[in-house]
Design a protein around this ligand. Structure first.
Ligand code: PLP
Length: 328
């Protein structure tokens, strides 16, 4: 299993601080969201059915003709490599969310980790190109036109472009979702991050029908639970709520970037949901914050800290105080 943020129980034990006393900034998940709609008994009692309006709500939200709900985009990340014959050459624009490389390697493909600048000269030798956009953890965003150009070059040789848009909801103008009817273009969307509902385990795959059908066969029936379908449908239909969430997250993302910059942790990049701050003493600082019950995500090799959003004013004050008293 790879390392991820959000392992609060482990941190609580390691630092001897009770679970409820932590400020968890180690993930890129919105720390607030929606009052949840009631879940009817039938959603618990009966097997989920497909014509309940979830797919239609999601198609509207993502602006696409076809998609497949999955149990978190992680489920698709693990299954997609099985749709290609083993031994394909898979370029991954790196560093990026490490589960992609792991999944393609596990299924017997050859993974080539590339910098963005190396894509052009490698493209004609790749069977699959994978891009996390905007990227986690760097926040780097690649323009749509560039991605579409890469896609066109790949598609002429039956190559795939896979774009993981887990953090795209606050910048929908950069999404390739509306283009996902193009052959050999696969877009992954995560429901939990923007909607503040990581525990629901829901994501969507946007792609041409043939790829969706093959993925559906592979994953089998009832992958998304009845209660998850009810809640997600309501949130995907709530256009006003989405606008408010987007505005609040954007404002908080900016506030976080400014706060970190004011205390010597200027971000090298980020999205509305997290900032990535390089620091020579990143390892030591991670320990300093943890001892104060503030969990950040450490990238030890690149000496970076990824910092998510506090969910309330008390959290912001606590973060600011810790920044003020940080060892210089
Ligand atoms: C870039 C990226 N893609 C996909 C995922 C998987 O998210 P989920 O399975 O909750 O949709 C994550 C989780 O952190 C992520 O960071």
């Amino acid at each position: 299993m790879l390392d991820h943020g959000g392992r609060l129980r482990e941190a609580a034990q390691r630092y001897g601080i009770p679970l409820t006393d932590w400020l968890d900034l180690s993930t890129g998940i919105a720390p607030y969201g929606w009052p949840l709609p009631p879940v009817p008994d039938s959603a618990w009692l009966r097997l989920p059915e497909l014509d309940d309006g979830l797919e239609a709500a999601a198609r509207d939200y993502y602006g696409v003709p076809a998609l497949l709900p999955v149990a978190g985009s992680q489920a698709a990340i693990q299954a997609l490599p099985r749709l290609r014959r083993q031994g394909r050459r898979v370029g991954i624009v790196s560093p990026a969310y490490a589960e992609h490389a792991e999944a393609w390697r596990r299924e017997g493909h050859q993974v080539i980790e590339l910098s963005e600048g190396a894509v052009e000269r490698s493209l004609d030798r790749l069977d699959v190109l994978l891009v996390v956009n905007p990227n986690n953890p760097t926040g780097r965003l690649i323009e749509r036109e560039r991605l579409l150009d890469w896609h066109a070059r790949l598609a002429t040789r039956d190559g795939w472009l896979v774009v993981d848009e887990a953090f795209m909801d606050c910048t929908p103008e950069h999404s390739l979702g509306a283009d996902s009817g193009l052959p050999r273009l696969v877009v992954l969307r995560s429901f939990g991050k923007f909607f503040g509902m990581a525990g629901i385990r829901l994501g969507f795959v946007l792609a041409e029908p043939e790829i969706l059908e093959r993925l559906n066969e592979l994953l089998g029936p009832w992958t998304v639970s009845g209660p998850a379908r009810v809640v997600a449908k309501a949130l995907l239909n709530d256009v006003d709520g989405q606008r408010q969430q987007r505005e609040r997250l954007r404002a908080d993302g900016l506030r976080l970037a400014l706060l970190l910059s004011a205390y010597g942790l200027a971000p090298a990049g980020g999205t509305a949901l997290f900032q990535l701050a390089p620091h020579q003493q990143a390892v030591g600082l991670h320990g300093y914050f943890a001892r104060r019950g503030i969990l950040l995500r450490l990238f030890a090799e690149t000496r970076c800290l990824r910092i998510g959003l506090p969910g309330d004013e008390a959290g912001w004050q606590r973060l600011e105080q810790a920044l003020q008293e940080m060892p210089r």
